[in-house]
Design a protein around this ligand. Structure first.
Ligand SMILES: Nc1ncnc2c1ncn2[C@@H]1O[C@H](COP(=O)(O)OP(=O)(O)OP(=O)(O)O)[C@@H](O)[C@H]1O
Ligand SMILES: [Mg+2]
Length: 234
């Protein structure tokens, strides 16, 4: 499924990022997101996964290094990157609980019919307040909203956090299908096995640096590779 020959949509070179006066929490990271490919970013709590995502999205200004969008260096803020085709599903899901599902889709400028094509199970909840939905349904709204803008790249932070395994699989399956349709994906995941099942490439972060990277197929065949990078497989 790997399309290593295609030009990346989003690239990081020597990327370092952090907060305030403290030292960088992500250091010297190289990453390529290509159309049709899922890169999964794994690592223990505090490794710098979310920080990486924020720096790639323009929500956090890199300390050094470069982020390129469609081959060109960019320092554009998140909203401009979103217009250019970057979708972000942050850890907090960013669903507005007081608004209905339909309103959530609308303010995300998402195509409602496309969102329902992706998640038909949302149809009966369109006029319910998002706050009344289950965590899994809220996550479907967040993902549907991101995908229904037909982005070129998706950055998703712990989509499956707190969800039952079957729901997690459902969401990751939708991401896989979108990638097969040409989307470039960065998937931050805690569920290592579910992430490996859908990913093409793996990057393991530890203390803000790459501890292992390679094809997901290799990690599936030999999970000890990841254990060697200090990643528990639980
Ligand atoms: N807003 C912030 N201000 C200061 N430090 C922060 C901030 N957000 C994260 N950090 C620190 O940066 C480091 C990396 O955090 P980050 O959230 O990127 O890790 P993570 O890999 O996403 O962890 P988790 O698996 O728990 O989500 C941690 O030491 C964390 O305490
Ligand atoms: Mg995180």
């Amino acid at each position: 499924m790997s399309r290593g020959g295609t030009a990346p949509v989003l690239t990081a070179r020597g990327l370092s990022a952090g907060y305030g006066d403290a030292g960088p929490v992500v250091r010297d990271l190289d990453l390529d997101l290509r159309p049709g490919e899922i890169v999964t970013l794994l690592g223990p709590n505090g490794a710098g996964k979310t920080t990486t995502l924020l720096a790639l999205s323009g929500a956090l200004r890199p300390r050094s290094g470069m982020v390129c969008w469609a081959g060109r260096p960019t320092t554009a803020p998140l909203y401009q990157r979103a217009r250019a085709g970057l979708a972000l599903v942050p850890e907090d899901r960013s669903v507005i609980m007081d608004l209905t599902v339909r309103e959530n889709l609308r303010i995300g400028r998402a195509d409602t019919s496309l969102a329902l094509e992706t998640f038909p199970e949302l149809a009966e909840h369109l006029d319910r307040r998002a706050g009344l939905l289950s965590g899994g349904q809220q996550q479907m709204v967040a993902l549907a909203r991101a995908l229904a803008r037909r982005p070129r790249a998706l950055l998703a932070d712990e989509l499956s956090l707190g969800l039952a395994p079957r729901l997690a699989e459902r969401l990751l399956g939708v991401v896989r299908a979108a990638a097969d349709g040409g989307l470039a994906v960065l998937l931050v995941e805690q569920h290592v096995r579910s992430a490996l099942a859908v990913a093409d490439q793996v990057v393991v972060l530890r203390h803000g640096q790459v501890a292992w990277s390679g094809p997901a197929r290799r990690a599936r065949e030999d999970p000890e590779l990841l254990v060697g990078a200090y990643l528990p497989l639980a």
